[in-house]
Design a protein around this ligand. Structure first.
Ligand SMILES: Cc1cc2nc3c(=O)[nH]c(=O)nc-3n(C[C@H](O)[C@H](O)[C@H](O)COP(=O)(O)OP(=O)(O)OC[C@H]3O[C@@H](n4cnc5c(N)ncnc54)[C@H](O)[C@@H]3O)c2cc1C
Length: 424
């Protein structure tokens, strides 16, 4: 519960509306940057905000979140909102499942509607091999107590009739696997909800504050240099997602991370057509996924653009791949107009799994490497990362995500388990 957040009755809201809405006040802007904090969190994306919220709420620490642009300006406000826990490897599926459980109650916990929509996440099989991979992954999930259902053609037809699975196609549909509790969560609401709840617990969220350096003394970090001056901190957490490589450069410590573009696009609104999230690997084009937004637009995306970049300008060829792959599976989508396309910068690790660990100094921490699937992990990552930063000990859930795995070779690469899953 976030006790300090006021609750308004319907009558009070109506009165305020009629009187010009005067009682709305900014929720996290206007905070003054102090000289010193227990913890400075760099980056007001989903992970930075969620960790700050838990640091203040669960550990009673004085926290600042320093953001070079605006709350929600990064990937937390650019992703396609898919949440699920249908991973093969135990290190991943327990962590992602913890997050999915937290999504189920997050609106209540934050006292803010994040619009969790458990419409199901359907992996489509376009070959017999896909079906076998899904059976293996689904069995691994069920052994861990996570819901997964393998669908043959009649079952698929019942679950998602709009797919017309028996229709003739260049690449026929063989079946699929659904995780019914998977679905979508409104991404902006997640950023705003965590920002508001963190502020209510005393966190200072400072926008337009670029962190440019780390000050150290006797091998310990003492604070950060920022565009607004020096800020003392007992502990520093970097949660800068697509800019993590630059943080490595700033610290003189190259990280096994490359920044790549991922784009997505949305069509004009149409009547309800897709009642779930559909994901598949379209032969020759790579991953494709499609879902329908609350406004009715078909939201589509695919794989990375394929080269490191900070530009946020997606390549036309990838857009073409995604559209071709979508129309091939959903012919009824042909002719619907794309109205918007955008991209974000993703911090890709070599094995596609995140890094939540210490960096060089005992009191400097990293939360990064979310690749193209870090939105869905925000609630679990925030809680666990806060425990690591506050106590110095990583909870079991995030122990596998150490930086040292790239030295020891204990990689967590889901792709070793088959062509799936897409990590969106
Ligand atoms: C098109 C697209 C679709 C996606 N779809 C999905 C999906 O469906 N499901 C899913 O799970 N994931 C998805 N993702 C991935 C997901 O969005 C990211 O993995 C996740 O949001 C990254 O974590 P974050 O929210 O903390 O990052 P961000 O929101 O990027 O936050 C990092 C913040 O750090 C700030 N920053 C950087 N450097 C500094 C500095 N020096 N000083 C101060 N501030 C700094 C940035 O301005 C930024 O606001 C998608 C990503 C993209 C681009």
């Amino acid at each position: 519960m976030t006790g300090a957040i006021p609750r308004y009755s319907a009558l009070a809201l109506l009165r305020a509306r009629l009187s010009g809405g005067g009682f709305w006040s900014p929720l996290w802007t206007g905070r003054k940057l102090k000289d010193a904090y227990d913890v400075v969190v760099v980056g007001a994306g989903g992970h930075g905000l969620a960790t700050a919220y838990h640091l203040a709420r669960d550990h009673g620490l004085k926290v600042a979140v320093l953001e070079r642009r605006l709350v929600g300006y990064g990937n937390v406000g650019r992703n396609t909102t898919i949440v699920r826990s249908n991973y093969l490897l135990p290190e991943n599926h327990y962590f992602y499942e913890d997050s999915l459980r937290r999504w189920e109650t997050l609106s209540k916990d934050l006292n803010y509607n994040v619009m969790y929509s458990p419409r199901g996440v359907l992996d489509l099989a376009l070959s017999d091999g896909d079906m076998q991979d899904m059976a293996r992954r689904g069995n691994a999930m069920r052994l861990a107590g996570i819901d997964a259902e393998l669908l043959d053609l009649p079952a698929l037809e019942r679950f998602c009739p709009e797919l017309e699975p028996r229709r003739q196609r260049r690449f026929p549909i063989f079946g699929g696997m659904v995780q019914r509790r998977g679905g979508t969560v409104r991404h902006d609401a997640v950023a705003w909800g965590y920002a508001r709840a963190a502020t209510a617990h005393g966190v200072d969220i400072i926008e337009d504050c670029d962190v440019q350096g780390l000050r150290t003394a006797a091998g310990v970090a003492t604070g950060v240099e920022t565009s607004r001056g020096y800020v003392k901190a007992d502990r520093v957490l970097f949660a800068t997602a697509g800019h993590t490589g630059m943080i490595g450069t700033m610290l003189g410590m190259p990280l096994p991370i490359e920044t790549h573009l991922l784009q997505a696009m949305v069509t004009e609104p149409i009547k309800p057509m897709v009642n779930t999230v559909i994901i598949y690997v379209y032969p020759g084009h790579g991953e494709v996924y499609v879902l329908q937004s609350d406004k009715g637009g078909l939201v589509m995306g695919g794989f990375l653009d394929g080269f490191p970049s900070y530009t946020r300008e997606g390549q036309w060829s990838r857009l073409e791949n995604v559209v071709e792959g979508t129309v091939a599976v959903l012919p009824r989508a042909a002719g619907v107009k794309i109205v918007r396309q955008w991209a974000g910068t993703n911090d890709m690790t070599m094995d596609g799994s995140p890094i939540i660990d210490r960096l060089r100094h005992d009191n400097v921490f990293l939360n990064a490497g979310w690749c193209y699937g870090g939105f869905k992990t925000i609630p679990a990552s925030g809680a666990a990362c806060a425990t690591l930063v506050a106590t110095g000990t990583a909870p079991d859930l995030i122990k596998p995500f150490k930086l040292s795995r790239f030295q020891t070779g204990h990689l967590l690469d889901e792709r070793g388990g088959g062509p799936f899953p897409v990590r969106l």
